[in-house]
Design a binder for this molecule. Structure first.
Ligand code: ZN
Length: 213
């Protein structure tokens, strides 16, 4: 066996992960070079770097998707207690270099956002941040179920919610409130700055079609 065949480094990657710079690596299957010259993963899978040819290729992942530390996940709020928000995790998204839907989890995973991980603010009433039925974007902090989640950074929070009065989808109105375009009601939430992302909205519509609630 040649050195080139043995000399491989393999690691799991998500779309957008930086693998190196174009001066160092040649992009193979599943890999692209961005406008700044970074070599990035284009798909979810295992990146294999051939140390001799300096070529990196990605083998698409066939194993079922599951949350892991650092994953960006989409889920539904299923319970709000005084000190924790309970979330049923539904799927995995990538946030950089752009928002991309990676897929739905094959099993049922549950997570919780402890009150200290909801936002950077001091919280008197957690109901002013999340309500049952909200769809949220969060980051996973640990490796096993039940997953601990955080929504402190501005990209995390509610990405879809319905008006308590008339069940019309609310529209973001800043980072702490959402407004109903039909009845004008304003509700307090921890709103993700990505709530108005068109790419995310397309996937939310797809998700809602799959999951009736
Ligand atoms: Zn309304």
């Amino acid at each position: 066996m040649s050195y080139a065949m043995k000399g491989r480094v393999v690691r799991r990657v998500e779309p957008g992960d930086v693998l190196g710079v174009e001066e160092e690596l040649y992009p193979g299957d599943g890999v692209y070079v961005d406008e700044e010259g970074f070599v990035r993963a284009g798909v979810l899978g295992e990146a294999a770097l051939d140390l001799e040819s300096k070529t990196v290729v990605i083998k698409r992942l066939k194993q079922p998707l599951a949350p892991r530390p650092g994953s960006n996940v989409v889920g539904f709020v299923v319970g709000v207690r005084h000190d924790i928000v309970l979330v049923e995790l539904y799927g995995l998204v990538s946030l950089s270099p752009k928002v991309a839907w990676l897929g739905e989890f094959s099993g049922v995973f549950t997570g919780g956002i402890p009150i200290g991980q909801v936002s950077g603010e001091f919280i008197r009433d957690i109901q002013e941040y999340y309500r049952v039925g909200d769809m949220v974007l969060a980051r996973v902090l640990n490796a096993i179920s039940p997953y601990q989640l955080t929504t402190k950074p501005p990209q995390y929070g509610v990405i879809y919610a319905l008006c308590s009065n008339c069940l019309t989808p609310l529209e973001p109105a800043g980072q702490r409130s959402m407004r109903c375009p039909r009845c004008g009601s304003v509700e307090a939430r921890k709103v993700s700055i990505l709530a108005s992302s068109k790419l995310l909205q397309v996937n939310i519509r797809r998700l809602l079609a799959v999951k009736r609630w």
